[in-house]
Design a protein around this ligand. Structure first.
Ligand code: TMP
Ligand code: MG
Length: 316
């Protein structure tokens, strides 16, 4: 009876526990090479608690650009909702050049692991404000947006349809909280046939004049690092969902973690972060901030597996 020999007891128990963990995993996708977790048992406990509460207690909050949409495909970067407007139909060459220069200046600041959010904030406001002013000057026509989306190389992550369809089927509300362009985002999900009735969008929406020409942007500007304020501003939306205390949150920026700040009564929250770029520099902060980090993973495999688990009744 080796169990009764004290010096062997602990190591054997540890080995058995690890073996048990590895073999019992009910979500094999969590063993994918792209998955990093700070505390695997907390993740498993949270998922199990969410499953016990069932789909009626669940809501999903997700970022859009580079979270639901792909970061890259066949080695080429995919456009964000702003970058979809980089099209002759909508803007001239000078404007395209200026928007690209702004991207080259400010995107490295957005993802810079050595700067604090406070340091980044004024730069993000400058970036968004400058781009939106340029877009207004271009007198963009609403009736050309759908065509621009069609002509773009924007793509949703592999497995997106399973994700959106499952949420709709289980009547789980999906809030897409985006610092991108709401009109474009809606068109992307419409053209991919997943703009279901359970989808709600908070984003930057264009304001068109009577002839359908862009004249301003509506409401408070949303950029990557002020989603907390946006969430509080839209607290009424969250109040409607107060019967749903469990949250699955998806993002690709550390700013996305504040998207659920409008919720007053969260019971269980699980956060999944896509780490697309500057992996080595940002890995540590992502693992410390998100429950699950997906490194250069262009698929929805892990969110889909978790969602499937949570929304399937536990075996009796
Ligand atoms: P998200 O909150 O939906 O991810 O949208 C914000 C992203 O959009 C953020 O990562 C920066 C990006 N962006 C551009 O790609 N081009 C632009 O001109 C601006 C203002 C933002
Ligand atoms: Mg994003």
């Amino acid at each position: 009876m080796i169990y009764h020999i004290p010096w062997i007891y602990l190591p054997v128990r540890t080995v058995l526990a690890i073996w048990h963990q590895l073999t019992k995993s009910e979500i094999p996708e969590l063993a994918k090479a792209s998955v990093l977790m700070r505390d695997r048992s907390r993740v498993e406990e949270t998922i199990q608690a969410m499953q016990r509460a069932g789909p009626d207690a669940l809501q999903v909050i997700s970022d859009f650009d580079m979270t639901l949409s792909r970061f890259a495909h066949n080695g080429k970067r995919c456009p964000t909702t702003h970058n979809i407007l980089d099209n002759d139909l909508l803007i001239n060459d000078t404007c395209k050049k200026m928007i690209r220069e702004l991207l080259n200046t400010y995107y490295p600041i957005e993802i810079d692991a050595t700067r604090t959010v406070e340091e980044k904030l004024p730069h993000m406001v400058e970036w968004w404000t400058s781009v939106h002013e340029l877009l207004i000057q271009q007198k963009i026509r609403r009736d050309l947006l759908a065509q621009a989306v069609k002509q773009s190389s924007a793509m949703l992550r592999e497995g997106y349809k399973v994700f959106f369809d499952r949420l709709q089927e289980q009547q789980v509300p999906l809030l897409i909280f985006s610092a991108g362009l709401g009109d474009i985002l809606e068109e992307v999900i419409r053209q991919n046939h997943v703009f279901h009735p359970n989808v709600h969008v908070i984003s930057n929406y264009m304001d068109f004049d009577q002839s359908g020409v862009l004249r301003a942007f509506k409401g408070q500007l949303i950029h990557t690092f002020n989603k907390r304020e946006g969430a509080l501003l839209h607290a009424a939306h969250f109040r409607e969902l107060k019967e749903r205390p469990n949250v699955l949150l998806l993002g690709d920026s550390l700013g996305d973690l504040t998207m659920a700040d409008g919720l007053a009564h969260t019971q269980h929250a699980l956060t999944i972060g896509f780490l697309n770029d500057q992996v080595e520099e940002r890995k540590e902060s992502y693992v410390n901030s998100y429950d699950i980090v997906l490194v250069k993973d262009e698929t929805m495999d892990v969110p889909n597996a978790i969602l499937n688990y949570i929304t399937t009744a536990p075996a009796k």
